[in-house]
Design a binder for this molecule. Structure first.
Ligand code: IPE
Ligand code: IPE
Ligand code: MG
Length: 260
């Protein structure tokens, strides 16, 4: 049965329409439990399911999960193979949950570097969920922000060479059009788990004005309560985008004699 957007909790402030998460700490969680690293990835799937479902229910419009970076190919072959198998199992096993919650799935990254079997299941899940009208779940797979910018530059230069793009008209919105998924607005809230205070090549361009929240919990421990804490923290932030906000920096009272 569909459970999608039923409630949007009142956090007494603004609500993030797009949440992006660097899901970190699977290996550390497993090691803390005396388990092999890869079992942390397996447990992390339960957090993905819970966070996706909760975000969809609360009315978050887009959720972007950093699942595998271009740099993660450097990991031991056995771990990479495990992760790719897990991706396939996730794509097949979670279709029902995605459909029940009206979630649309889309992937961003250098998808042509993914194994063929994973790609096949990815396309099948994207197609199956394409007409859902609830939350957009974006999986960043074989994703790197510098790679995305290099891909964008290459495509833009080709368009210049073909006479389709005038270099003098290029501005930041032009650049956006060459990114992997230009139609999705930038994240409002970026969460990183496992206490690490770095971006690790994730959405560098798109998070220019995102609010950043670091959770100490490892990803397998990041569940509904931790998500609500992050959203409540976001609601207390004041976003200024380089400008001034009236209730933070009120206009100074005009002194006599200054009136026009
Ligand atoms: C995040 O967990 C998942 C991926 C990068 C695929 P890690 O595997 O990075 O876990 P830690 O950081 O080693 O604990
Ligand atoms: C970032 O985590 C990538 C993903 C969560 C998929 P990493 O564990 O790869 O990042 P570093 O190595 O700590 O920077
Ligand atoms: Mg890590």
């Amino acid at each position: 049965m569909a459970t999608r957007p039923i409630a949007r909790p009142d956090f007494g402030g603004s609500f993030p329409e797009h949440i992006a998460i660097i899901m970190d700490g699977n290996g550390r969680w497993a090691e803390q439990q005396g388990l092999r690293r890869v079992l942390g990835h397996r447990e992390g799937i339960n957090s993905v399911r819970e966070i996706t479902t909760e975000c969809a229910r609360m009315g978050v419009k887009s959720l972007t999960l950093y699942a595998f970076s271009v740099e993660n190919w450097k990991r031991p072959r056995m771990e990479v193979r495990y992760l790719m198998r897990l991706l396939r199992q996730f794509l097949v096993g979670e279709r029902g949950t995605l459909m029940d919650n009206g979630v649309r799935l889309r992937a961003i990254g250098r998808l042509d570097t993914l194994p063929e079997l994973a790609m096949r299941e990815l396309r099948a899940t994207e197609n199956m969920t394409a007409k859902n009208d609830g939350m957009l779940l974006r999986l960043a797979l074989s994703y790197g922000s510098r790679a995305e910018l290099a891909d964008a530059l290459r495509a833009a230069v080709r368009d210049v060479q073909a006479g389709r793009l005038d270099p003098d008209t290029i501005d930041d919105e032009t650049l956006r059009r060459y990114l992997y998924d230009p139609r999705t607005p930038d994240p409002d809230l970026l969460i990183r788990t496992a206490g690490e205070k770095r971006i690790s090549n994730f959405l560098l361009w798109q998070i220019s004005y995102s609010e950043i929240y670091v959770a100490d919990e490892c990803w397998p421990q990041f569940r509904k309560a931790q998500l609500l804490a992050a959203i409540a923290d976001y609601a207390r932030r004041v976003r200024k985008y380089g400008g001034l906000v009236a209730d933070v920096a009120p206009e100074p009272p005009r002194r006599r004699g200054m009136e026009a």
